[in-house]
Every structure is written in structure tokens, then in C-alpha cells.
Ligand binder design. Structure first.
Ligand code: SF4
Length: 283
């Protein structure tokens, strides 16, 4: 089974492949709908995902200029209101970007680039470029627990987001290339507003990421059906919606046991990408 025509790789699909090649095959090649719940109890799990989406919407409304109190009034859930108040109090944009007036801000922004003949796409919660070319990528992580830094460093998102921003370079930075050493990725956690994870990028990392992502995409592109093996880490299967296809159990894992590093809800990121609105970059 080959890649669908026009397939776009993303941090979510690449992460699926790295976590379990079989999951990549079922989700992106076979395009199977999700036959099982991710975690129990179902209601609380769905509420968790809905809160995350609502928070992203509120921040987007804020970037669009809606007044703080109007957005606050729409927060009916106490946890959501607490997250929102933390956002206003901590103000991650000015905390990490400095002078906002000097910064070109893009929110809920999608970049679509090319690597080794394939499309690579990323959707940014926030992408700021200062007048001096300093790039700040902010990502809201609405997991219930603060994800450890080593788990964040291991995520494909940590590689794909800054890499693609540097690749976009002049397109984002008024015609000038972006220096990888001027890029910072910040994960901000509404549940832990005072404990952001700040990740400085570098030229060395940019070159390493380019090699790594190119190899990964090439490997997936030439894989046969038999190459998409099932993960050996059966703990992952307890929280995977494809359990029944793999004969890896019938009941979902408990939400309280869901490791913070797995609470990324990345599949919805791919679904949310509006491919008609993508800024395509030639590189
Ligand atoms: S159930 Fe396990 S083996 Fe099957 S796709 Fe999910 S993670 Fe992979």
C-alpha cells in the first residue's frame, strides 16, 4: 500500500510511525476510522479533549482581538476558566516574545514545505517573528500533567516545528533567511503556567533534524505493507484506538494512567488543518 496521492507528512503522522509503524499504516494508508475509545472513563476523556480544543479557540479569539472579559464569559467550565486566567496573568506572548509591537504574529498558522520530494506540514498555535528575525514558536499543551522535558525533546513536534520555520525562512522574515540560532520553541502548559518548557534551536540541531526527517520520510515512502510492524511496547496499545485490529486487547487503559507524554491529542491536529488555507513555501 503506497502513500495516498498528495499525502502530507506532519509531526503527528511521523510520531505515529515512530511510536508504531502499524498505527501509521492503519491511520494514514488504510484510512481506518477509530473503532475504539482511547482511554476510560470515556466521558472524562472526551471532556479533556474538548477542554483543550476550547482553550485553543479562546486564545485564537484573543489574537483576533476579542476583549478579555468577553472571552472569559464564554468559559463555562471552571478548569477552562482557570487556564484562561492563567494565560492572561502569565501572558506567554510578551513573556517569550518581548516587544509584541515589533513582532509579526501568526496564530493557528499552517506551513507546508517540501522535503525529499514529499510535503511536510505543521500547524502552529503561535509563530512570532521579531523585526530582528528572532522566531518564537509557542505551543499550548493542555495535558493534565506537565510533560517532562526529556519526553518533549523526544517528540517529533520538537524537531518538525522549528525545522519547518527555518526552511520557510525568507517567506516569514521579510525576505531574509532565518538563523536557526534565533529560533526558540516554547511549550506552555495551562495546567502548569509557571513551568514552560523552553527549547533553543541551533544550526547543529537544524542540520541533524533535516537529515533525520529526510531519512524517516524516505523510509516510510518506500515501505511495503509488511514493513509496518506492530510496536513491541504493548503499553501503547492500551491507549491506542486500533487495539481490535491488532488483537492487542479490547478495553481501554485508564485515563489516570495515561502518561503525560502521550496526552497530545495529535490526530485532531491533522484533522484541523485546512489545506485550502495553507501557506505553501517553495523550498
Ligand atoms: S494497537 Fe498497538 S500495535 Fe496496534 S496500532 Fe495501536 S499501538 Fe500499534
Amino acid at each position: 500500500m503506497s502513500l495516498p496521492t498528495g499525502f502530507r507528512f506532519s509531526q503527528a503522522s511521523l510520531q505515529d510511525y515512530v511510536d508504531c509503524p502499524r498505527r501509521f499504516q492503519l491511520r494514514y494508508l488504510a484510512a481506518l476510522q477509530w473503532p475504539a475509545v482511547e482511554a476510560e472513563p470515556i466521558e472524562r476523556n472526551e471532556q479533556r479533549m474538548a477542554l483543550g480544543e476550547a482553550f485553543h479557540r479562546m486564545v485564537q479569539q484573543w489574537f483576533l482581538g476579542l476583549p478579555d472579559d468577553a472571552i472569559s464569559r464564554a468559559a463555562s467550565d471552571p478548569d477552562l476558566l482557570r487556564w484562561w486566567q492563567g494565560f492572561l496573568a502569565y501572558h506567554p506572548v510578551s513573556s517569550f516574545c518581548g516587544d509584541a509591537e515589533d513582532t509579526t504574529i501568526r496564530s493557528e498558522y499552517t506551513l507546508d514545505g517540501e522535503l525529499v520530494g514529499h510535503r511536510l506540514v505543521a500547524k502552529y498555535d503561535f509563530l512570532g517573528v521579531s523585526g530582528a528575525g528572532k522566531v518564537t514558536i509557542l505551543d499550548w499543551k493542555t495535558s493534565m500533567k506537565r510533560t517532562p522535558n526529556d519526553a518533549l525533546h523526544a517528540r517529533l513536534q520538537t524537531r518538525v516545528y522549528p525545522f519547518l520555520a527555518v526552511q520557510a525562512g525568507a517567506y516569514l522574515n521579510k525576505g531574509d533567511a532565518i538563523n536557526p540560532d534565533d529560533v526558540e520553541l516554547v511549550y506552555w502548559f495551562p495546567e502548569s503556567p509557571l513551568a514552560p518548557a523552553r527549547m533553543r534551536y541551533s544550526t547543529t540541531q537544524y542540520e541533524a533534524d533535516g537529515d533525520y526527517l529526510a531519512d524517516l520520510i524516505k523510509r516510510i515512502a518506500v515501505s511495503d505493507d509488511s514493513d509496518f510492524w506492530m510496536t513491541q511496547d504493548r503499553d501503547r496499545c492500551r491507549f491506542c484506538v486500533y487495539r481490535s485490529y491488532c488483537d492487542r486487547g479490547t478495553s481501554a487503559g485508564n485515563l489516570d494512567e495515561l502518561a503525560a507524554e502521550w496526552q497530545f491529542n495529535e490526530s485532531s491536529e491533522d484533522i484541523d488543518i485546512d489545506f485550502e488555507q495553507i501557506a505553501e513555501i517553495a523550498f
